[in-house]
Design a protein around this ligand. Sequence first.
Ligand SMILES: Cc1cc2nc3c(=O)[nH]c(=O)nc-3n(C[C@H](O)[C@H](O)[C@H](O)COP(=O)(O)OP(=O)(O)OC[C@H]3O[C@@H](n4cnc5c(N)ncnc54)[C@H](O)[C@@H]3O)c2cc1C
Length: 475
Amino acid sequence: MSATWASSLRTGASLRVLDGFGRSVLSACRYVAPRSTEELMETLARAKSEELTVAFRGSGRSYGDAAMNERGLVVDTTRLNRVLRWEPGQGILEAEAGLTIEGLWRRTIEDGYWPAVVPGTMHPTLGGCVAMNIHGKNNFRVGPFGDHVLGLDLLTAGGDLISCSREENPDVFHAVIGGLGLLGAVVRVRLKLKQVKSGRLRVLAVTARSMDETFDLFEALLPKSDYVVGWTDCFARRGNLGRSALHAANYFEAGEDPDAQDSLHVEKQGLPASIFGLPKGGLWKLMRPFTNAPGMAFINALRFHTAHLASGSTYVQSHVAFAFLLDYVPNWRLAYGPGGLIQYQIFVPHGGARECFHDVLTLCQRHRQVPYLGVMKRHRPDAYLLSHALDGWSMAMDFRVTRRNRARLWALTQVLTERVLDAGGKFYFAKDAVLRPNDVDRAYGRARLDQFNALKQKLDPANLFASDLTRRAFG
Ligand SMILES: Cc1cc2nc3c(=O)[nH]c(=O)nc-3n(C[C@H](O)[C@H](O)[C@H](O)COP(=O)(O)OP(=O)(O)OC[C@H]3O[C@@H](n4cnc5c(N)ncnc54)[C@H](O)[C@@H]3O)c2cc1C
């Protein structure tokens, strides 16, 4: 987020230039951060009377333009972050939607509960997790975030509060989860958490020397693991194309971890304040000289070979350390320089995934735009209307954006998108800055989009809720 200007809007909004987490897309928006649900209701009413569109913004951790609204109003929900009810006996938590995943686990871990699904960073809000229906490294086993939501309250464009769950207004429930904030503001979320017997996980680190080995190893690990994630060296070529380091983790059963009780303390979960004795705050500056193609080819190779030497090793790690690797270095995104990055995550059905991932990495190399980071996961389908999940595999890829490569990079993503669509694949809006309406039609299917639009028409007939993402990708 950068400059702030004064604004005389009756909504009490200021004008701000907002960015996505990747910093490669910017937007001048009116911005307001209500302190209560009542203020939020007033804000929506005023926006309507001023004929402004509204996009919600949690922690702004979506990489692209999902939480931006050029010339419209952006409503920041992070001040609405109270825990309203916590029932440790049941593992049920009710909170306002601005509570972050960090705020959640800090409240529940000492009672032996961990969020069943978390993203790779602890900063997103519950509202952001619902609206994107985020997935974790355990998607293949426990489904997405939405599968652990028991119920939620939605504030609609008409000013009504609608409670929804699998039993009450189930059509709204299944559309709001993964609904990109287009049907209203999620104001309350009721979640079922995962009971854990220890604050730690048992982790196995292994390497695979090619794309086929990566898939084979993944498939061998999936039935016996609670979490599996692959980090792919996207620079490796020919026979080594797709080589990866995989981490598989399991919960401890009761009595298995001698330090179980102690490990559940909040302070045992925190990330280290320094790395190699260096304070973390400025670490991204040390990464900066390596954040180019030769530097990242070197780092990826080094990381693979180091992992290969220790392949087969096991260790224990706190939930936080395993889940939130990307939070180790604060502000790492700044290392990408002023143009930032895009993350582009493809989802491909099981049958065609090996070949498709092979082709995608080959195309990136041929176009000399190689992702600096590649992360692979296994997924399963779910019941939400705009679900990005399927019975298959995803690869999330970070591409650096510069003034020189921007147009070429967008052109490359179009080629990749075609390849993924031909394989029957999908994409993930939290990681998107490039899709066009035709791509979305093909990925999600006209019937589903029409069903979503019909509900939108019912709940938000004047199209109050919109964002840069929805204008770009839905037309
Ligand atoms: C380092 C990093 C790692 C990540 N790892 C993963 C991962 O492993 N898996 C994964 O699935 N995602 C991952 N993400 C993406 C992230 O989890 C999602 O983008 C998430 O939606 C961010 O939450 P947020 O609170 O920042 O929401 P924002 O990015 O601010 O908003 C996201 C969407 O939610 C809507 N929204 C927000 N609050 C509300 C509300 N109260 N009511 C209605 N709509 C609302 C917004 O309008 C927008 O459409 C990662 C992101 C980062 C930066």
